[in-house]
Design a protein around this ligand. Sequence first.
Ligand code: SF4
Length: 449
Amino acid sequence: MRESETKEKQRGVYVHTFGCQMNVHDSQKILTLLSKEGYAPVKQPEDADVILLNTCSVREKPEQKVMSAVGRYAQLKRKNPELLIGIGGCFARQEGPKLLKRAPVLDLVFGPDNIPELPQMLGKLHEETSSLVDIDFDPAEDVRFLDIAPQVLDSSTSAMVTIMKGCDKYCSFCIVPYVRGRERYRSGHEIIEEARKLCKSGVREVLLLGQSVTSYAWQDEETGEVWKLSTLLKEIDKVEGLDRLRFTSPYPRDFTPDLVNCFGALPTLCEYVHLPFQSGSNQILYRMNRRHTREQYFEWVDALRERVPEIALSADVIVGFPGETDADFDDTMDLIERVRFDGLFSFMYSPRPYTPAARKAQVDERVSHTRLLKLQERQREIMLEKNEALVDSIQEVLIEGLSKKDGELRGRTRGNKVVNFVGDPNLIGELVTVKILNGYAHSLRGELV
Ligand code: SF4
């Protein structure tokens, strides 16, 4: 082996991930890809020869965090001029070459679909001093990106599997269609094969991922059959060794009866749905281009609860969307009161580049902030009430790891609730039965039965 190759095998790579589970999964793919090229993942940025920031641009706040992280890594580069710093993901695609001007310390800017080229790009940068920008993608070709199955970072308990990417929905506040492109679906056969391999290696829970995962519509070229998400769920449910199946993020309008009927029918499909509603006001939903009304949303919730009464629900909601009045916000408060979610991801609206909503008159930030606090306070009470109602119940828990508290384990119920309890660390990765002793707003406490 040549000396240069030996040297390359010892290079350390550190990936700093921002944003959603898709990004977490993309970071795993980056590490998988680079591990195959001889890079070693490192836990501290100080130990890295290459630092990659995998970014998000869905909200404004992560962007600010990204730029301050770049500032911190710039200090490392002062000590180690050989260090390469790259920035990828949606924010990188959104900003492109402008990022090199904003932060001259950067060596590389790459889009989410340019991950397969990373080894070549880093190879060039190791040899030359100039910086590189690669944010273009070809919709006809970029499905290959989905074929990189992560090998390195998934715990042996749970694994994410990408089934599609991009989004065609164009909600008026969302940058995803502009930075991730149109919907592209991965072959159903490949997805099942990946799930099989993961379960063979000890994985017990699979999370199917996509920006608008319920829109999945892959056509089998041999048979002409179109696989919907329900087709895929039924096929994956048969995979040997799989205990739990989940998917995220869905688009409410795609909750057709065939999908609803999978709940309660497929043994592995967990009784949990993340169903973003974004606003409880029909006027705001229309402005958001969400293509559904609050009444339809209630119908989908009712259909799911009719099918599985104990199903756990979570959602995303935005407050302070342009044009949101007090009455619109009251409709949102009324929706959370009626649905009583088990979890809620609530955000203050922030204008995103390219999006139609960014060009509308904005709600005063202080008003939005007050609304957000009010909504979060009520939601906290609801979650506390719901979790307290689980006291004395018996739950199946998949143990994911150690709890923050010494001597305790952390796992999740089928309803995606975090449970902490005393137990032997050798049980990590096992399905156990736990009696719930206490319910808190964000977690449960229990004991092994
Ligand atoms: S469905 Fe989701 S990802 Fe697609 S545009 Fe709307 S909010 Fe964005």
